[in-house]
Design a binder for this molecule. Sequence first.
Ligand code: KIV
Ligand code: ZN
Length: 511
Amino acid sequence: MTDKLIIFDTTLRDGEQSPGASMNQDEKLRIATALERMHVDIIEAGFPAASPGDFAAVEAVARLVKDSAVCGLARTLDGDIDRAGEALKDAAAPRIHTFLATSPIHMRDKLRMTPDEVVEAAVRAVKRALRYTDDVEFSPEDAGRSETDFLCRVIEAVIAAGARTVNIPDTVGYALPHRFGALIQTLRERVPNSDKAIFSVHCHNDLGLAVANSLAAVDHGARQVECTINGLGERAGNAALEEIVMAMRTRKDEFSCEARVDSTQLVPCSRLVSTITGFPVQPNKAIVGINAFAHEAGIHQDGVLKSRETYEIMRAEDVGWSANRMVLGKHSGRNAFRSRLEQLGIELASAEELNDAFARFKDLADKKHEIFDDDLQALVTDSRLEGENERFKLLTLKVCSETGETPLARITLSVDGEEKSAEAEGSGPVDAAFKAIETEVKSDCDLLLYSVNNITSGTDSQGEVTVRVEKGGHIANGQGADTDIVIASAKAYLNALNKILRPVVRTHPQV
Ligand code: KIV
Ligand code: ZN
């Protein structure tokens, strides 16, 4: 009989720890909905003690999600555990994940705690978490560099205290597959009560080995893998969920367990996370990169046409690469629009949101003949970005650009509800538009990233722009979409400014 491999997604927690990937509550809810639709077993929704905003986001995810367990991270501090317990109180299946470092370097230089104190604090934290839920996970942080004897001692103690899952993190991405697999086996063999808990792994990708290490661990008895969509996460990221799932499925001949996620949701979910975080997916990224199923070389194309198995080990449609269907046109009505959004899993919260999205759809259909699924996704994202509480909104933009002339932008904005106009020249139309915005907003931010992607093919495609700005150590991403890429750019810049000028102060769980 095949065991179940538990997929624990930490896109909303470890993924969000990537500099610049922070998400607001609405964005987290949209990703959580997509993860639930994919049948991910556990969603780590955040670190509730980080800030009131993080607490509220975990609470909102816990209320919304019914079919996946929802987890909150907590250090071993009483206050952290209580915050996690409170944030999860409405979850259908709450889990508290508490952690404490066990490597000599972390205990000595970061925690300044003795090994005895670490064991005591870990046990105390697990017991306190059990006041809120019987589903408690413990992670010995930096397990990959911890001494095996001490790891065995800590793990035995937390299992005896009631932890149902023991997660072994390779926090700094230092492990090698054969050694990491052997470590999992050793722990399972040497810890006397190891059969009372599920062993999990959480691998970072600093050496590009996060997926390989996770699979080696599964091969040696781990039954939970912590991973993120697109491999998002601290530094080089975490193990990529899509790669773990498809490696297990494609090579099921090699594994005695299987993940039960719906793989057709992998590409849509990857795109959603990429759009929200502003982290593009590299074209040659396994499974979800745009080239992952493209056959450039003539000899490959010939082979694939004769028999797809010659060069394809997976089917594009099994991971969610459907033809980008033309669904609607300018004569489509509100019902057709709403029902296509429903089929795409996009839920609009209110009649106003539907009205607004439908008005934008009609607008777009006037400019663009054929509206594809991806256009609809972008359109809804765009209307959500321009929420009512935003300080800056784009009202009008006019750009003059001519061969041999300096581009000029004239912009009208709503700033805190007041209409303001400005103009500026720039080295190109986008530069002029940003400078015109700065004339009014005076944000003094540094622009770290500016990128444009076409949402569909063809010159009438909408352009989707991502910008990343920095001010005083805070980083924010902004997005905007429009068939006019200068307008899309201005929307993206304003979206980023709306976020950066209201920075959120949060505690990092691991520092
Ligand atoms: O990488 C890590 O060690 C973590 C822990 C909090 C599990 O993210
Ligand atoms: Zn981590």
